[in-house]
Design a protein around this ligand. Structure first.
Ligand SMILES: Cc1ncc(COP(=O)(O)O)c(C=O)c1O
Length: 452
């Protein structure tokens, strides 16, 4: 039966009309190099089939591939996840594909042979390849990319490294990531800066609304705006470019928290026109746990103090942010393989698949009484992160109940005195059966109005 499936896939003709409609970004992303990359991402006899699947998908619009279960069947077999639980919290941290895990383990074994030689002399130079690959993916100069351990480190480098004085204002929202807010609050206590957090409804009326909300809260003392590219709560995408350009014209710095954006949907630095961008790589780009990236525009590097001391000769060198003492090369060096894997799938396809999965559960649940879907449905404002709120049912209790009784793993989010619900984040390996199991369980609970 499988053989027949693969044969069918191979026979799908490439529709030239469709090819013309494939988004420019997908075409640009070195598709054939990427196709070669995926060959290494699958094991044993899956190799030839994967090639066939990729070839068969070439030129087809991303939204059509998003619904092609034969294609995603191949992708999900590159993961070794626990199929006896339904993991709908990939946004927290994602499993890496097996090829990435294997690479990490191989590097770990090598570095442990004699770390002061193998790690520092053999593996460490590989960081420059990682930097180059990340820069290509983000669309910037490698000299603007630092490799960190996570988004927290990337963002805190900028948050703590910007020179600010007492009375300077930092403007953010109450839906930004708690650790990043804590960091600004620490600067309030230490340096006397003032943090202002604005609210916004979810979903908001429009991207324009969000930009205006930020703009109207700027004062003559505002020195920094801190925003998420996509929030970790309802998955709201912000109009980053508009905010960055508006702020730059007023001499205000903008720190962009891209923890959830990089690898979830396609974009490049020029689509954001940002100066500072911090992201995790262990979320959507599927790199090893404990990897992150910081982008700093070249002419801004000298202005940011590194979190750990670096010599003055490194003032303008992006590598000053990596001066953190001894740390493993094994995780970091495996980032390249994660980029190969993600680019092989194609970010346009991945984003469409994630949107498809989100709509599959949310379109059904939104019909039920008392249910609010709080993520936007506008593709410009949302991607794979979905959010469901159920009137009269506590979100933490609901999350705990569906885990205990059905082994469905989600995360409850509570924004005090505003809203609460479950954040739902599937991944490229998620099956339709898993999505439907979640939807069925939720439907039963909502129709009964109690946790049974
Ligand atoms: C919006 C946002 N920013 C920052 C972070 C911090 O990421 P990490 O824990 O990888 O440092 C997260 C983590 O979930 C996040 O969702």
């Amino acid at each position: 039966m499988l053989a027949a499936t693969f044969q069918r896939m191979a026979q799908k003709a490439v529709d030239r009309e469709h090819e013309k409609r494939v988004p420019w970004l997908m075409r640009r992303r070195h598709f054939f190099t990427a196709a070669a990359g995926i060959a290494s991402a699958f094991r044993g006899d899956a190799l030839l089939r994967a090639r066939t699947a990729i070839d068969a998908a070439a030129g087809r619009p991303a939204d059509s591939v998003a619904r092609d279960e034969d294609f995603w069947f191949q992708v999900r077999h590159a993961f070794t996840v626990d199929r006896n639980m339904v993991n709908l919290n990939n946004g927290g941290v994602s499993p890496a594909p097996k090829i990435v895990m294997d690479t990490e383990i191989r590097y770990l074994e090598v570095e442990n042979l004699s770390p002061s030689y193998y790690m520092w002399h053999i593996l460490d130079p590989g960081i420059e390849t990682v930097r180059r690959r990340l820069a290509r993916s983000f669309g910037c100069d490698p000299e603007e990319i630092a490799i960190t351990r996570n988004a927290s480190e990337s963002l805190e480098i900028v948050q703590l490294g910007l020179t600010l004085k007492a009375g300077d204002e930092v403007l953010t929202t109450n839906q930004d990531y708690p650790r990043m807010i804590t960091t600004w609050q620490q600067r309030e206590r230490r340096d006397g800066i003032v943090l202002k957090q604005i609210t916004f409804p979810v979903p908001p009326p429009s991207l324009d609304y969000l930009a205006k909300r930020i703009e109207e809260n700027i004062t003559p003392r505002t020195k920094v705006i801190h925003i998420c590219h996509i929030t970790n709560r309802t998955g709201q995408i912000f109009p980053v470019k508009r905010i960055c350009q508006m702020a730059r014209a007023r001499g205000i710095e903008v720190v962009v928290d891209g923890a959830h954006a990089f690898g979830q949907f396609p974009f490049e630095q020029r689509d954001l026109d940002c100066d500072y961008y911090g992201t995790s790589l262990h979320k959507w780009i599927l790199a090893p746990i404990g990897t992150g990236m910081l982008y700093v525009r070249k002419n801004k590097i000298a202005n940011i103090w590194p979190m750990m001391g670096a010599p003055d000769t490194m003032r303008e060198n992006i590598r000053k942010f990596e001066e953190i003492g001894t740390h493993p090369a094994s995780q970091r060096n495996a980032i390249t393989e994660a980029l190969n894997f993600s680019e092989s799938i194609g970010l346009e396809r991945k984003a469409e698949r994630l949107r498809y999965l989100r709509r599959r559960w949310s379109d059904r649940l939104r019909q039920l009484p008392g249910v609010k879907i709080l993520n936007s449905d506008d593709p410009e404002q949302s991607c794979g992160i979905g959010f469901v709120s159920v009137d009269g049912i506590s979100a933490p209790k609901l999350a705990s109940h569906i885990w205990q009784k059905y082994r469905i793993w989600t995360t409850a989010v509570v924004t005090p005195s505003e809203y609460e619900g479950l954040r739902i984040t599937p991944n490229v390996y998620t099956t339709l059966e898993e999505i439907d199991t979640f939807t069925d369980v939720m439907t039963r609970i909502i129709q009964r109005g109690s946790l049974v």
